[in-house]
Unconditional design. Structure first.
Length: 314
């Protein structure tokens, strides 16, 4: 069964990246941190798998933690699979067959992030009418065709300034979280053999609460670029040199990390993966080679909503 999942934040959210506060004195710690506007696809995967376990009655939740009883672990494995997401290995997530890339939804209208090549098409090696002072990446396009919006039309910054205890001169910090304006929600599609119900879930670095609405649907996230460009509908991992595989590209990169299982004897711990660089959703590639398209077609990543793209018709 296919479902539309919408997430309406009920409080400010903070989706972390590689820049976090860290421990006091840590060389990688920062005193200025910004939430990313979108959650990672792996976070959505974990949230949905957890919710399936909760709604199936397999996840025990009490004050001292969450766990699956020993006699129910086999059933849980059948339901959501056994392991966490691994970047380079095909995996089975049980009843959860796939997740689409995340997008924005307002009153039934879907918006995707996309470089503003509609107003600045590529011609003879340059973008027409391009003004370097304009941020053409700050552009959200209506899939239904009603127009475009800017970041500040959708997201509202919520700033917090404070002092860490015991930090001395390095204790000051400033954190920027976000809320969605008006009637906007995050949204994505899932294919699942489990009949999910609407609920309340937590997501993000501070486990912010979201109202999750589940609606059966036959829709898919489809977009046709009028210039015939390849558009990333999700963040994407590409491991071949870009200069050799398209004539022009407008891209941005983000870092991506996920938790890995590490076994030592009978003990299992989780550690963060090394940084992986992804091309950000909304990136545009003009006249991509077939090798670039083949490189994007990574079924393991596409299964969780990464490496999703569209090629328009000119």
């Amino acid at each position: 069964m296919r479902y539309l999942v919408t997430l309406k934040p009920l409080e400010p959210f903070f989706f972390g990246g590689d820049r976090t506060f860290g421990a006091l004195g840590d060389e990688n710690s920062n005193y200025l941190v910004h939430s990313r506007p979108f959650p990672q696809q792996t976070a959505l995967l974990g949230m949905i798998r957890k919710e399936i376990l909760i709604q199936s009655g397999l996840l025990t939740k009490k004050r001292r933690g969450e766990w699956i009883d020993e006699d129910k672990k086999g059933e849980a494995k059948e339901l959501v699979g056994e392991t966490k997401f691994t970047f380079n290995q095909a995996q089975d997530f049980g009843v959860l067959k796939d997740i689409s890339s995340i997008f924005l939804l307002k009153d039934g209208e879907r918006f995707i992030k996309k470089v503003n090549t509609d107003n600045h098409p590529y011609k003879d090696g340059v973008l027409e009418n391009y003004n370097p002072k304009e941020d053409i990446y700050d552009n959200f396009v209506s899939v239904e065709g009603s127009g475009t919006l800017k970041f500040n039309d959708i997201f509202m910054a919520v700033e917090q300034i404070g002092i860490k205890k015991g930090g001395g001169d390095n204790a000051f910090f400033k954190k920027t979280s976000y809320l969605l304006k008006d009637k906007f929600s995050f949204a994505f599609y899932i294919e699942s053999d489990f009949e999910l119900n609407s609920s309340y879930v937590t997501l993000g670095a501070e486990t912010s609460t979201f109202k999750m609405q589940i609606t059966p649907t036959d829709e898919k996230l489809e977009y046709v670029d009028k210039n015939g460009y390849l558009i990333l509908l999700s963040d994407a991992y590409i491991d071949i040199p870009m200069k050799k595989h398209c004539i022009f590209a407008i891209t941005s990169e983000i870092t991506f990390r996920y938790l890995e299982n590490e076994f030592k004897g009978q003990n299992r711990t989780f550690k963060k993966s090394n940084n992986i660089f992804l091309y950000e959703k909304g990136s545009v590639f003009i006249e991509p080679t077939q090798e670039l398209i083949d490189n994007l077609n990574n079924q393991n990543l596409q299964k969780i909503g990464l490496n999703i793209y569209t090629i328009g018709e000119k």
